[in-house]
Design a protein around this ligand. Structure first.
Ligand code: ACM
Length: 329
């Protein structure tokens, strides 16, 4: 089970209660979405501005919204989860969904221009530039992440990356020539691979959202399929391990019934009955290929989940159905 704490921040105490709920329904991994355009929520000692600047956004009404977890908080939460047999998988979402990081350190971006931590939802054009300086920075961040999280898996994002800034950037044009990269997707593959290879030297496997494999796929990548099962099927056929989180079954930010508000046109209703029918395996794969699907996950994005009451409403009872669906052989 996933939780986005970037769009709305949830206190350490609520995160512990969230973990209690996962344990109650026998879910074994907590995917903690810690960074996004609207806030960077984990203290990184080497780069203090990530939270001094990146954890706070100016709302449209001029109020400031934000918060972050100190490394002490993170230690406490990881230990707490472990006492309940839950592994915490941190997500640092790269190279898109990174406006908060670029706001803190503009040299990470493609334009060098200052940007603000975002106060609106959606896909953002400011993305990380694939320079050695950016990778040096990210390796240092990942060093601290690996020290905090014993998880064998680290999620490095890879979803919803608009490629315009790369395509217009002189450095990227040169990089494409040097590395023989033919498209924005291939630049993204290059980007993700630098991080994946670095994490492998530290004994960690990388999880990426489905679209990250469009420009190429490495054998060790774990694919998290969310737009549907398509990317997962592609990954499984290639021999990669896959986690299925297809949005029509597993996106718990979507409304449950007509009684719930539908916040965006692309949301569908996901009642408990639908979650009960979720199966991570696919009929389009052979028995052997289906073995590559190692699990399923539901997400809880929080653009429209603004407080604790709404959080539990979106999570329960669907999490019970998820636990049941995933315990089937
Ligand atoms: C996602 O929902 N953007 C992974």
């Amino acid at each position: 089970m996933h939780l986005d704490v970037s769009r709305h921040f949830f206190s350490k105490e609520i995160v512990k209660q969230y973990i209690d709920t996962l344990a109650k329904y026998q879910l074994n991994y907590f995917h903690w979405h810690l960074t996004d355009d609207q806030g960077w929520r984990i203290e990184i000692k080497k780069y203090p501005k990530l939270t001094e600047v990146g954890a706070w956004r100016k709302e449209k009404d001029s109020t400031t919204y934000g918060g972050f977890y100190t490394q002490d908080d993170v230690h406490e939460i990881v230990k707490y989860a472990s006492s309940k047999s839950i592994t915490v998988i941190p997500e640092i979402d790269l190279p898109g969904h990174s406006t908060a990081a670029i706001a803190a350190y503009p040299f990470l971006g493609c334009t060098g221009k200052p940007v603000s931590v975002s106060n609106r939802w959606g896909i953002h054009k400011d993305i990380l530039c694939p320079t050695d300086t950016t990778f040096h920075f990210l390796f240092n961040v990942l060093d601290e992440i690996c020290a905090l999280f014993p998880s064998p898996y680290i999620h490095i994002g890879g979803d919803e990356v608009p490629k315009q800034q790369w395509m217009q950037n002189p450095f990227c044009k040169q990089l494409m020539k040097e590395k023989n990269l033919k498209s924005g997707e291939q630049i993204q593959h290059y980007f993700m691979k630098q991080l994946e290879d670095y994490l492998l030297t530290k004994g960690r496997r990388s999880i990426m959202w489905g679209e990250a494999i469009r420009g190429g796929i490495n054998d060790s990548t774990l694919v998290m399929s969310w737009r549907g099962k398509g990317a997962g099927i592609k990954g499984a056929k290639h021999g990669n391990q896959v986690i299925m989180a297809p949005r029509f079954y597993c996106y718990f930010d979507y409304p449950q019934t007509a009684k719930d508000k539908k916040h965006a046109w692309w949301m569908t209703y996901i009642p408990v009955k639908k979650v009960e029918r979720f199966t991570p395996k696919s009929k389009l794969l052979s028995a052997e290929q289906n073995k590559n699907i190692i699990g399923g996950e539901a997400t809880l994005w929080t653009e429209y989940v603004t407080n604790e009451k709404e959080l539990w409403h979106q999570l329960v009872p669907r999490i019970a159905a998820l636990g049941k669906a995933l315990s089937k052989p």
